[in-house]
Design a protein around this ligand. Structure first.
Ligand code: PLP
Length: 401
């Protein structure tokens, strides 16, 4: 008997990220030495200040149900962060603490999307936006950002994608997976398009904001275009910049009525966020920026190492990622060729599978992110692992015929 699932789950894509990691796990279980560059997770420990603060919070009995929207101390720390780092003034009722950035995205779409509403998601995109939009009955509309444009969203492409049914534009820069950023000029051009489309809300997912390279800095759309602030939801969190993925603390600032509706959804889904994790987040936000910057510098050096190696390999192109901790090389030059074990590389999924099975390097095919012909490698791994992974990848490419 087949198990009956809700209609809204019908037709949801199975993220290739999950299939690939299952395969990598199976190989590892057989004793194969697989190098995994598939995950989007910092390889640094969380700040000790956060660990200590969480421990102390537990000892002093801060273990009761927290307010749904976030503890006052964390809301205050987040308000200060938004003001100091992003030039954004948010009142406490315009801030929500969530169980990771992901829950905030879920809450926002659940609060606003009616069946048929369109969500513009520039591609390549982080896998969860279109899936969550679809779960709410929304229709994801992908706008391709091209390698020759450094994967930046072009204002003209955005203008062409907007329809009367558009409900949201998702702006995730620095971008997972391409590492693209948007500079002030890009944001101003996008803001001009948005001024002509007053029905469109903007989700600015800035979770990689501190990971920008070569001296470039992140700018928030709501600061560049303050006249649009009342329809921008600025999402951020502790996971990437503070290496706190497992703590599950995300935060956002946005228009009061939207935050209120999102809080109500959270209230019925999960209630407030773990008190100890919130105490840890307060402490981490108070640490000097030098800790974050040191991690960013390491990612930048690894990016340089990996991109230089990729660019020297046959059949590969690679735009220089300007932020985040991924490389997103093009592998169309390898398509149609045959691997040493006789696999035909018909597309990026076949490429990633063959690379895993034959060279024991796990990456994610670009089609998982809405852009075929690419693979994503995380550079959140040690130099030694990255060098070995590049050597394996190069050997794999050299044997393609
Ligand atoms: C672009 C982007 N946004 C949001 C998230 C979710 O982060 P969190 O761990 O805070 O839920 C991720 C995690 O990979 C991400 O890559």
């Amino acid at each position: 008997m087949s198990f009956r699932l809700a209609q809204r789950l019908q037709g949801l894509p199975q993220p290739a990220t999950i299939a690939m990691s299952a395969k990598a796990r199976a190989l590892k279980a057989q004793g194969v030495d697989v190098i995994s560059l598939a995950l989007g997770e910092p390889d640094f420990p969380s700040p000790p200040e956060a660990v200590e603060a969480a421990y102390q919070a537990g000892l002093r009995g801060d273990t009761k149900y927290p307010p749904v929207g976030g503890q006052p101390a964390l809301k205050a720390a987040v308000a200060k962060k938004f003001l100091d780092e992003n030039g954004l003034l948010y009142a406490p009722e315009e801030i929500l603490i969530g169980n990771g950035g992901k829950q905030l995205i879920y809450n926002a779409f659940a609060a606003t999307i009616d069946p048929g509403d369109e969500v513009i998601v520039p591609a390549p995109y982080w896998v969860s936006y279109p899936i969550i939009a679809q779960m709410m009955g929304g229709v994801p509309v992908s706008v391709i950002c091209h390698e020759e444009d450094r994967f930046r969203l072009k204002a003209e492409a955005l203008r062409d994608a907007i329809t009367p049914r558009t409900r949201w534009l998702v702006l995730n820069f620095p971008n997972n997976p391409s590492g693209a950023i948007l500079e002030r000029d890009d944001l101003e051009a996008i803001a001009a398009v948005l001024r002509d489309a007053p029905h469109v809300l903007v989700m600015a997912d800035e979770i990689y904001e501190h990971l920008t390279f070569d001296g470039k800095t992140h700018a928030s759309l709501a600061c560049v275009a303050p006249d649009l602030k009342d329809r921008i939801l600025t999402i951020n969190g502790m996971a990437k910049a503070y290496a706190m993925t497992g703590w599950r603390v995300g935060f956002c600032g946005g228009p009061g009525p939207l935050i209120k509706a999102m809080t109500s959804i959270q209230s019925n889904a999960t209630s407030g966020i773990c008190t100890l994790a919130q105490a840890g987040a307060v402490a981490a936000l108070a640490t000097p920026a030098a800790g974050r910057d040191a991690m960013r510098d390491v990612y930048q050096a690894r990016r340089d190492l990996v991109v230089a190696r990729l660019r020297s390999m046959p059949h590969v192109t690679c735009a220089m990622p300007e932020g985040a901790f991924y490389a997103f090389p093009g592998i169309t030059g390898a398509l149609g060729r045959k691997s040493a074990a006789g696999r035909v590389i018909v597309d990026d999924v076949a490429f990633a599978e063959a690379l895993l099975e034959e060279a024991h390097v796990s990456v994610v095919p670009g089609s998982a992110f809405g852009q075929t012909g690419h693979i994503r490698l995380s550079v959140a791994a040690s130099d030694a692992l990255l060098i070995e992974a590049c050597t394996r990848l190069e050997r794999f490419l050299l044997t393609l015929v």
